[in-house]
Design a protein around this ligand. Structure first.
Ligand code: MN
Length: 317
């Protein structure tokens, strides 16, 4: 962006390095999350189109993540916990507790409904991430699916510990299914340590700090912002200021403009309106098993037409 040094809400550090400040968003009635994607200037990193970071929160006095049945289309949800536990139930019949070090990947395709609650025996702390991956047009109408991964590969290199959540890093590959070339990895580094991680040059990348603080590609990072790094980088350098956990996201730039509204990822206003109608009429998504809670009603459609956005935030039409 020649000539530009500032945009609202973002600091351009160098041409391919942009610090995006997240904002707090209420989720359900009891939880607030830090939303790091989408942002006005940057909607996506690869096919990653939504990044929420929640906690660490004391869960004893509040109900924590308490999200009754709601629908999704056209995306995968990727849930990763650092602390606490969440019980996932869905319209395919799955009931699956997720605990730290495990990964839930729910593939909505044409449509799925799920709910997320704390377990009855609630852990003290809740800390984790929920991300969405946009599905390409070739797969987004497929039937839904759900996978729970308890044994993700871990790579250790000196002081660095890498949990490969999605995709492949340094020859270590996650079993999680992705529909476009994609990377998601947690990087752990003790205070004062430095590390280098090889990157796929054709991917764009972004990094956020889950806990602690670190200098990443020359930029100081703390929880609450996302450093967008663009494409063409052969490696990532980092130095932990305190014991740090980071999330590295990457992927082939996703060039299908998306319409995202509520819990739906689609390509047009009409598709969103149809998904909303189907949810409100009890069609398409099915009931969530063993969950008697009232489903979340969809908000009213906006009075203006929803428009497709490019990954850099450019609005089409
Ligand atoms: Mn959901």
């Amino acid at each position: 962006m020649p000539g530009e040094t500032r945009q609202a809400g973002a600091e351009i550090v160098e041409p391919t390095s942009m610090l995006l400040i997240g904002h707090d968003v209420p989720i359900g009635r009891y939880t607030t999350v830090r939303r790091l994607l989408p942002q006005r200037q940057r909607r996506m990193v690869g096919a990653w189109c939504f990044v929420d970071h929640f906690g660490p929160d004391e869960a004893t006095t509040e109900r924590g993540m308490w999200i009754p049945p709601h629908p999704h289309t056209g995306l995968q949800t990727v849930t990763w916990l650092l602390d606490g536990e969440v019980v996932h139930r869905d319209s395919l019949g799955n009931t699956q507790p997720i605990r730290p070090g495990q990964l839930n990947v729910m593939t909505a395709g044409h449509g799925i409904a799920h709910s997320e609650y704390p377990p009855a025996d609630r852990p003290r702390l809740m800390h984790g991430l929920q991300l969405w991956v946009a599905m390409p047009d070739s797969a987004r109408h497929d039937p839904p699916a759900f996978a729970h991964h308890e044994d993700l590969p871990v790579l250790r290199d000196g002081d660095l510990t890498v949990d490969v959540l999605v995709g492949e890093l340094a020859g270590v590959r996650s079993p999680a299914r992705a529909y476009t070339p994609l990377l998601g990895a947690q990087l752990g580094l003790p205070a004062g340590a430095t590390a280098r991680v090889p990157l796929e040059r054709t991917f764009e990348h972004g990094v956020l700090v889950i806990s602690g603080g670190a200098e990443v590609a020359g930029v100081e990072l703390t929880p609450g912002s996302l450093l967008y790094l663009g494409t063409g980088r052969p490696e990532l350098t980092m130095r932990a200021g305190t014991d740090a956990k980071l999330l590295l996201l990457g992927g082939a730039p996703f060039d299908e403009p998306l319409v995202m509204w509520w819990n739906f990822v689609a390509r047009s206003h009409e598709e969103i309106a149809e998904a909303r109608e189907d949810w409100m009429a009890g069609r398409r998504f099915g009931p969530v098993v063993d969950d008697d809670a009232a489903p979340l009603p969809a908000p009213p459609m906006p009075t203006t037409r929803l428009k497709a956005r490019e990954r850099d935030g450019h609005i089409l039409g």
